[in-house]
Each structure stands twice: as structure tokens, then as C-alpha cells.
Design a protein around this ligand. Structure first.
Ligand SMILES: [Zn+2]
Length: 73
């Protein structure tokens, strides 16, 4: 079951909610407001090992091999 991250538009708190069904109404646990927005950043933050190439591995922009002569990677 997916866990989504929400932010309340009224009191600006953030919370996580286990979503069992798409028809379930999400309300803020702090103030009870239904004006909550889903955050899409949860999985992007937690995927630390992969998916992105060129930003975390180091090297220059043209570096694709392990022995690039211009940056040493
Ligand atoms: Zn709230």
C-alpha cells in the first residue's frame, strides 16, 4: 500500500498517510482541514542509490568511461 506525504494548506503542517483507497478523504491531523495537498517528493528523497546519472557519480560533462583524461574519472 502506498504511503503519501501531504501538506495542509491551512496550518502548513506535513504528514504521511497510508492510502488504502482512492476514495478515502485525507484530513489534516492537526486542524482537521480537508485542504491538503499531496507531495510528490517522498520517493525522490529516499531513492539515494540510482536512477540518476551524471550528477552524483562525479566527472566532467563528457565523461562516460572510467578513465576520462580531462577530469580523471
Ligand atoms: Zn492543518
Amino acid at each position: 500500500m502506498p504511503i503519501y506525504e501531504y501538506r495542509c494548506a491551512k496550518c502548513d503542517c506535513e504528514f504521511e498517510e497510508l492510502v488504502r483507497s482512492a476514495s478515502v478523504k485525507i484530513v489534516c491531523p492537526e486542524c482537521g482541514s480537508k485542504k491538503v495537498g499531496k507531495l510528490m517528493s517522498l520517493f525522490a528523497h529516499k531513492s539515494s542509490d540510482g536512477g540518476f546519472h551524471g550528477t552524483s557519480g562525479g566527472g566532467c560533462s563528457g565523461c562516460s568511461s572510467s578513465n576520462c583524461s580531462s577530469c580523471g574519472h
